[in-house]
Design a protein around this ligand. Sequence first.
Ligand code: ADP
Length: 165
Amino acid sequence: MRRAIFPGSFDPLTNGHLDIIKRSAPLFDEMIIAVLNNADKHPMFTVAERCDMIREVLPTVDTDGCKMLVESFSGLTADFAKQSGATAIVRGIRAVSDYEYELRMALMNRRLEPGIETVFLMAGEEYSYVSSTLMKQVFELGGRVEGLIPELVEQRMRSKSGNHR
Ligand code: ADP
């Protein structure tokens, strides 16, 4: 049984995240989309709202027989991975700018839990500039984000901001 976690803020889920989920699915039997409960950030969606959106969108995605679970966690990613019985942490790399931070995190996580490897997948070219933060900024300024985030997420962003464009 090859189990991985895909940790992140997912505030909110984007098509870039879904792209990584689709790419990593054939590599594992089971994957936990792990939504970080990070008290430092000012999120648009609560952790429960983010988990619910991911759970609603996942059935529309071809995950190649890989069982998908959605869970929230707080604390160290390495601890959560260990407790979950995962042997891999999946992360996406969009550009060189992601690499430095991801390298530090991967090395630290390996030091904390030597039995768990970080697996990096390269973003799809069409989503390589997509981030949750950019999507929120563009949406809040009235820009179009169709095709870059799931429709359901866009609807939830509209109701959240009272923006019924
Ligand atoms: P975090 O705050 O942990 O970076 P994010 O939700 O922003 O959480 O990202 C979670 C993971 O998804 C990270 O590995 C990030 O690199 C990856 N990711 C985010 N957006 C994209 C994208 N457009 N394409 C590929 N990977 C992405």
